[in-house]
Design a protein around this ligand. Structure first.
Ligand code: MSP
Length: 511
């Protein structure tokens, strides 16, 4: 079985989960579920980033130790994921022993490759972003006077300390060649160009250890140094794959899903580290955009970060999953609003989806006691519907190949709309009136079979809603986790004489 390894960033434990964190995790979950259905041996990793000065300071300000803070926030994440039906296979914490071992081994390999040297570090540091800036970068960003972080605008601190450096610059040409030869390495394309320009501008060696705080993993054989949090964090993807074991069936990762703000770490530092350590590079890094909420940037200081609980109070987790991936093309920025969510819910889910399911099963009961009859001679409109269902299956597959979630959903919605048109065109109520039972059976069969295949395609996005649909169609308990495209995706698998369950609304209208 071909493996498929998908990751989310590991989330800092200095703060509670919010909309941005659930977004990436849901996207990764959709890919994982889709690939499992397609028969791949999936390994889906998420987790938390526990080390670094930022976490140390957050703990201090709350009067707890870093590990106490980490334990609290980790619990929040662990409790949260099942509520969103997140099907991760592993959850990594960077304070685990397996990870400390992996980081130490990564360090040794970089060192053995001659990629590390000791020097002095004199720069500007933004603690909240865990990012270093040179004087030139501050000047370029017109932040020299204010000593503000070019990214977030908060004050940067000057640091001068003994530090180990990674010879990032030595890998510049190799990285450029890799990006040019592997057009799929970075997505979307706009981000790929951004990274190319950045690397062409020249790579500066990277400071990779600190001596000014202690919350982290010690440098092997030099415990006064702590490994820079990004070297620590990036290595998590290898740890979970079994590193430093020689046998790593899931490595290289098929895709790292990340937000656009951490692209440089994943598309520049990480591949260079891997090249230096002699390890294969991930196949793809995809950077999604950022959400604003009701037109405003989410921020801790403004206190307007959208909390998962707030969302779940008003909407079913599956509807949130659907909305986040439908509203904004993956890779673009977007604005979240409750009004937009309700609007989309009512039009696409309640009106289109819910309606098709309800009216189809209601008619099956009203006219045929819930029993599927023989699908007789196909007319052009029947063939068109079947063709559209098959086009949807190919379309979803293709769209998810390049993480175009909104396109995948649009393919599915197009079939749902087609199904509703098909009902109007064939007017089963007239067929029932005139007693054209053969045609009536054919039409009802096409509707229910279309719904079954639509439910299968939507299942990675809305696993519980899909289950509710399939349980009515199949009239038995069903777990979407058991869907296999090979076994379940062909047209015409519903048996003649099968009795569907009575419809009950899966997407009730919201007022
Ligand atoms: N710990 C690092 C990642 C290390 S990965 C080896 C980190 N953590 S984070 O908790 O600050 O952010 C995690 C993710 O949340 C990032 O991908 C970031 O893009 C995402 N988001 C944070 N705010 C966001 C929005 N407003 N919208 C969408 N995603 C956002 O960075």
């Amino acid at each position: 079985m071909k493996s498929f390894y998908v990751t989310t960033p590991i989330y800092y434990v200095n703060d509670e989960p919010h909309l941005g964190h659930i977004y990436t995790t849901i996207a990764a979950d959709v890919l994982a579920r889709h690939q499992r259905m397609s028969g791949r041996d999936v390994f889906f990793l998420t987790g938390v980033d526990e080390h670094g000065q930022k976490v140390e300071q957050a703990a201090e300000s709350r009067g707890v130790s870093p590990i106490e803070l980490a334990n609290m926030v980790v619990k929040r994440y662990r409790d949260l994921w099942p509520r969103f039906s997140i099907s991760n296979d592993d959850f990594i914490r960077t304070t685990e022993d397996r990870h400390k071992k992996a980081v130490a081994e990564m360090w040794r390999r970089l060192d053995a490759a001659g990629a590390i040297y000791k020097g002095f570090y004199e720069d500007w540091y933004c603690v909240p972003c865990e990012t270093y800036w040179t004087g030139t970068q501050l000047k370029d960003a017109e932040a020299w006077e204010s000593k503000a972080c070019p990214d977030c605008g908060r004050a940067v601190d000057q640091v001068k300390e003994e530090s180990y450096f990674f010879r990032l610059g030595d890998y510049q040409e190799q990285l450029l060649a890799h990006i040019r030869e592997h057009p799929d390495f970075i997505g979307p394309d706009s981000r790929r160009n951004e990274v190319l320009r950045f690397v062409e501008g020249g790579l500066r060696d990277l400071s990779i250890s600190r001596t000014t705080f202690s919350w982290g993993i010690s440098v092997p054989d030099d415990p006064k140094h702590v490994v820079y949090v990004w070297i620590d964090a990036l290595t998590n993807y290898l740890t979970a794959a079994g590193f430093p074991d020689e046998n790593m069936p899931h490595w290289p990762a098929d895709i790292h899903l990340i937000g656009k703000d951490i692209l440089r770490f994943h598309a520049v530092y990480w591949p260079c580290m891997l090249m230096a350590a002699g390890l294969p590079l991930p196949k793809r890094v995809f950077a999604h955009g950022w959400w604003t909420v009701e037109g405003k940037k989410m921020s801790k200081s403004k206190g307007n970060a959208l909390k998962p609980d707030e969302l779940l109070e008003q909407y079913d987790a599956d509807v949130i999953r659907y909305f986040l991936l439908r509203e904004v093309p993956f890779g673009h920025d977007g604005d979240f609003s409750f009004a937009a969510m309700k609007q989309r819910y009512n039009s696409e889910l309640a009106n289109d989806f819910g309606n098709l399911l309800n009216r189809s099963l209601s008619m099956l009961y009203k006219y045929r006691q819930g029993v599927l009859g023989i699908s007789g001679n196909e007319e052009a409109c029947d063939r068109a519907l079947v063709a559209d269902v098959e086009a949807m299956q190919r379309g979803v597959e293709e769209a998810l190949e390049h993480q175009a979630f909104h396109d995948a959903l649009e393919h599915i919605n197009a079939v749902v709309r087609h199904g509703n048109r098909y009902v109007e065109e064939n007017a089963p109520w007239s067929l029932a009136k005139t007693g054209d039972n053969e045609r009536l059976d054919t039409v009802l069969y096409h509707l229910v079979e279309t719904l079954r295949l639509v439910a299968i395609q939507i299942s990675p996005f809305m696993p519980r809603k899909s289950e509710a649909m399939l349980e009515q169609i199949l009239n038995e308990p069903f777990k979407t986790e058991n869907i296999s495209m090979r076994k379940h995706s062909g047209w015409g698998l519903l048996a003649v004489g099968h009795v569907c369950a009575k419809p009950s609304p899966v997407f009730p209208r919201m007022d």
